[in-house]
Design a protein around this ligand. Structure first.
Ligand code: MEV
Length: 449
């Protein structure tokens, strides 16, 4: 993992987009010009988009922000996030800062082993079929390797073979799993190639017929485990001391552990962070989502992917989920913004990307459960929502923060109120009078520092 000088940039949220690019350039070594060419206009031309998918009319922009303060296994990372929801980036940055004060994220990442599934049907004797396939393990793994010579040259390739009987004997169905180390690729194409290469031989060994040949998105051999520890005083709010906040967060965790209805929302808060990093790096977020939720339900009951506990005077968090992310191939080859994200983050290896993405997931989760256990989620959300409303009302530059602050202060976060405030602010500016609004200091209540 490349060492970054810092991911701590106090006041970052207050400056302009151009100034932020300069600060990130100083912190990461990626030039502001590179950022401009990879991000302005969404980074992707309609012509390039036309090569990605079919029936293209254009491209669709989303905000591209960075989470600060992220420290993973002792290394700092500025982490790009692509997300449309206000407060996700700010919340992750703030929580990462709390976690950093307790030593940052400690992360373990499994080897990048994916599962290639070959379904075999019309199997009369499943036990005999299983035994025959397992006896031919060397031959099957060699066939698999021969189908992906480039991967084998990069140090990856077939690593194991498993057979599972599905359903009852009368279903006459088995599935073979070929386990393949994908190195720095997400692996979908490699794994599907392997499935198709070995299927006929497997069916012959099983005396059955080939069914589906496809990867499994429940890539539970490729998990990431993140741990963190936050001292109580860092969790305190204006109204609650840190000890009470720990109790509230542990209660929130228990709620998710005991109730699938809550677990789904708890996990959504984790995926807010992970998906945003996955999208920023050109990875397949549907695959990640499918794997995460299947993993959450692996016990037969849908459960939270993270748990929070008290340890003396500190809060400890633990998150585990499968994460198939690539730093080579796919979209990364052609999408300049995705390539930029890896450079800004300072990662080249898939394992490091998974470690960072999962850490941002745990930070997002901490931010959400802390807000829920203290002030409630709406206060911070509303402050940021007010900015979008100010923009929609036509505010530009420094007007955005000012109008947002005014409508929050007035507890009237509507387009109408923003338009009225904008008209007043502009009129007053024209006549050089001080702008109205007690206590408006131009700062968002949900800072991204
Ligand atoms: C909103 O995007 C995410 C939350 O609902 C997560 C949670 O409830 O833990 C706030």
């Amino acid at each position: 993992m490349t060492t970054k000088r810092t991911s701590q940039l106090p006041g970052f949220y207050k400056v302009t987009v151009d100034e932020r690019r300069n600060l990130i350039s100083e912190a990461t070594g990626v030039s502001a010009e590179t950022m401009a060419s990879a991000l302005d206009g969404g980074g992707l031309s309609a012509d390039t988009a036309d090569k990605f998918v079919e029936n293209v009319l254009g491209t669709y922009g989303l905000p591209y922000g960075v989470t600060l303060n992220v420290r993973v296994n002792g290394q700092d990372h500025v982490v790009p996030m692509v997300v449309e929801e206000p407060s996700v980036v700010a919340a992750a940055s703030n929580a990462a800062k709390m976690i950093r004060s307790g030593g940052g994220f400690q992360v373990e990442v499994d080897a990048p082993v994916m599962i290639s599934q070959v379904q075999i049907v019309a199997v009369r004797d499943r036990a005999a079929a299983t035994a025959a396939i397992l006896a031919a393990k060397g031959e099957i793994l060699a066939l698999a390797d021969a189908a992906v010579p480039g991967l084998v040259a990069r140090g990856g390739g077939a690593r194991g073979l498993e057979v599972r009987e599905l359903g009852a004997p009368e279903d006459a169905m088995i599935v073979a799993h070929i386990l393949v180390d994908c190195r720095d690729a997400m692996g979908a194409n490699l794994i599907n190639t392997v499935a198709e290469a070995v299927a006929d031989r497997l069916a012959a060994l099983a005396d059955g017929s080939v069914g589906l040949r496809i990867l499994s998105n429940l890539c539970d051999k490729r998990c990431v485990r993140v741990r963190c520890r936050v001292p109580a005083d860092k969790l305190a709010t204006e109204q609650m001391d840190g000890q009470a906040v720990i109790d509230g967060i542990v209660n929130a965790s228990r709620f998710a552990e005991l109730d699938p209805y809550r677990a789904a929302t708890h996990n959504k808060g984790i995926m807010n962070g992970i998906d945003a990093v996955v999208i920023a790096t050109g990875n397949d977020w549907r695959a990640v989502e499918a794997g995460a939720h299947a993993f959450a339900a692996r016990s037969g009951t849908y459960r939270p992917l993270s748990i929070w506990r008290r340890d003396g005077d500190a809060l400890t968090g633990f998150l585990e989920l499968p994460l198939a992310l690539g730093t080579v191939g796919g979209t990364l080859r052609v999408h300049p913004s995705a390539r930029l994200s890896l450079d800004v983050m300072g990662v080249t290896e898939a394992a490091d990307l998974a470690a960072v993405a999962a850490s941002v997931g745990l930070a997002s989760n901490l931010a959400a459960v802390r807000a829920l256990a203290t002030d409630g989620i709406q206060r911070g959300h509303m402050a940021l929502h007010a900015r979008s409303v100010a923009l929609a009302a036509g505010a530009v530059g420094s007007e955005v923060e000012r109008i947002a602050a005014l409508i929050v202060e007035a507890r009237d976060i509507t387009l109408e109120a923003a338009r009225r405030a904008l008209a007043i602010v502009r009129k007053e500016r024209r006549s050089s009078a001080p702008a109205p609004g007690p206590g408006v200091d131009g700062e968002s209540t949900a800072s991204a520092e």
